[in-house]
Design a protein around this ligand. Structure first.
Ligand code: CMC
Length: 427
């Protein structure tokens, strides 16, 4: 196997080394391309461009493989809990009992959010989308935790990391509670990380909180499945913002905004809204299949297709089983589910979807579980953000520890050539 590629341009030959990853992925190292040849590359959507070398998550879209730090998503979803997975992603190894206990204890010590933050939340209308609120609150946290901004040593990074892992769930819970008109509250440090999040979100003021193992397990699994996904839109955003040394919280706030979009994390909300719209329109799935295939119709079947998974999404397989379990255990009979099942069956048999390798992705099922757990549709993407938090942190930390240069893509300019200014009265 050759360890270089040769480019021939204007009669000259240039060699570029091949970089090989631990899973034998190969890439052309073009760091010297521009200085050697004067050429740049063009690759809209970065479909062929590796932005970094990363040791966090491996995925093979053709084979449907997803691994965090070498461990398969199937094994982690079955055997680990979310906090263990967070530690694994961020620090590279599964924690032992003492490490996990210390990590959790350090997080608990930081679980207080400055009361002044409530005033900021108060300024938002109830109708505000929770993702916008969450992104703003995450940014606002910087003002209350200035020592978490310019973190360069591993120790300072650690403190910023436990701080955000502690405070972010409070912001998530407050965002939901404001929407529901419930009093803003704190959690209970005697509970597990995910159980505490659930309590903070759902505890009613006049009732004792009752934990439900099925619900907590399903939530834990969903958060694990969403915890990292290598260089996707929001993660690349976190890394690129962080590359300017803007700080962890500012980078995360930008990542939340990127995740908001319906082509990325917002798809889980879009799936449910689509299913509800189909139901309201009489439940005719065939009509919507036809719309999805019509090139003159902007409608897309939300929850289908993926930029990298071209055979199946391994997360979707796990979550489909979890969805069935949760719905059975909670005894939920939801007409939306029949529509989802109908669409899934038709799409999997339809040449348009089969030929383009469009399979249900993780978000096709996650919305169905969130709905069964009583989480409002507008909060779905917030739940995705909660799950993705450790992944964003891990990617940001790796980028900083590797001393990566500021992200600054080039372009090919296609505008006007030089022209002279014309006074306004002469135009
Ligand atoms: N419904 C109908 N047609 C589709 C769909 C869809 N959901 N997705 C892709 N296509 C068609 C597309 O029109 C194109 O057709 P043609 O080749 O005839 O022009 C072909 O399939 C390839 O699509 P693409 O847009 O070039 O593929 P992409 O890799 O750029 O986009 C995607 C991937 C996820 C943005 C897209 O499949 C999509 O919009 N899906 C619906 C939104 C969704 O579910 N997003 C969540 C992704 S999973 C969560 C996450 O990891 O962020």
């Amino acid at each position: 196997m050759s360890d270089k590629v040769t480019l021939e341009f204007n009669g000259n030959k240039y060699d570029f080394p091949i970089v090989e990853g631990t899973e034998k992925e190969q890439a052309i190292d073009i760091k010297t391309l521009r200085s050697a040849t004067g050429l740049t590359t063009i690759d809209p959507g970065y479909k062929n461009t590796g932005s970094c070398e990363s040791a966090i998550t491996f995925l093979d879209g053709e084979k449907g493989i997803l691994r965090y730090r070498g461990y398969s998503i199937e094994e982690l979803a079955e055997k680990a809990d979310f906090l263990e997975v967070a530690y694994l992603l961020i620090f590279g190894e599964l924690p032992n009992t003492d490490q996990l206990a210390k990590f959790h204890a350090d997080i608990k010590k930081e679980s207080h959010v400055d009361e002044e933050m409530k005033k900021i939340l108060d300024g938002f209308p109830k109708s505000a989308h929770p993702m916008g609120v969450l992104s703003s609150l995450t940014s606002a946290l910087i003002a209350f935790n200035p020592s978490s901004v310019n973190v360069t040593s591993e120790n300072d990074m650690y403190h910023a990391i436990v701080r955000i892992l502690a405070k972010f769930p409070v912001l998530v819970a407050w965002t939901l509670r404001k929407k529901k008109g419930l009093p803003l509250d704190y959690g209970d440090d005697s509970l597990g990380y995910v159980e505490n999040i659930h309590k903070m979100m759902f505890k009613r003021p006049s009732e004792d909180y009752k934990s439900n193992k099925i619900v907590i397990d399903a939530l834990d699994k969903l958060l694990i499945l969403h915890a990292d996904h290598e260089q996707n839109c929001s993660t690349s955003t976190v890394r690129i913002v962080g590359s300017s040394h803007a700080g962890l919280f500012a980078s995360l706030s930008a990542g939340i905004s990127a995740l908001w979009g319906p082509l990325h994390g917002g798809a889980n909300q879009a799936v449910l809204e689509m299913l509800e719209a189909i139901e309201a329109d009489g439940g005719d799935t065939k009509k919507y299949m036809a719309k999805a295939k019509d090139k003159n119709d902007p409608f897309r079947l939300m929850g289908f297709g993926h930029r990298v998974y071209k055979n199946f999404d391994p997360r979707a397989k796990i979550i489909k089983v979890a969805a069935d379990e949760v719905l059975n255990d909670l005894g939920i009979d939801d007409p939306i589910l029949d529509i989802a099942k109908g669409l899934e069956k038709e799409a999997l048999e339809d040449p348009y979807f089969v030929d383009r390798k469009l399979y249900p992705n993780v978000d096709f099922y996650s919305g169905i579980i969130y709905r069964a757990l009583g989480i409002p549709t507008e909060m779905f993407t917030v739940m995705f953000a909660l799950g993705r938090l450790p992944g964003w942190i891990a990617q940001w930390r790796e980028m900083r520890l590797n001393n990566e240069p500021i992200g600054r893509p080039r372009q090919v300019y296609v505008g006007e050539n030089h022209r002279f200014f014309v006074e306004v009265n002469k135009r």
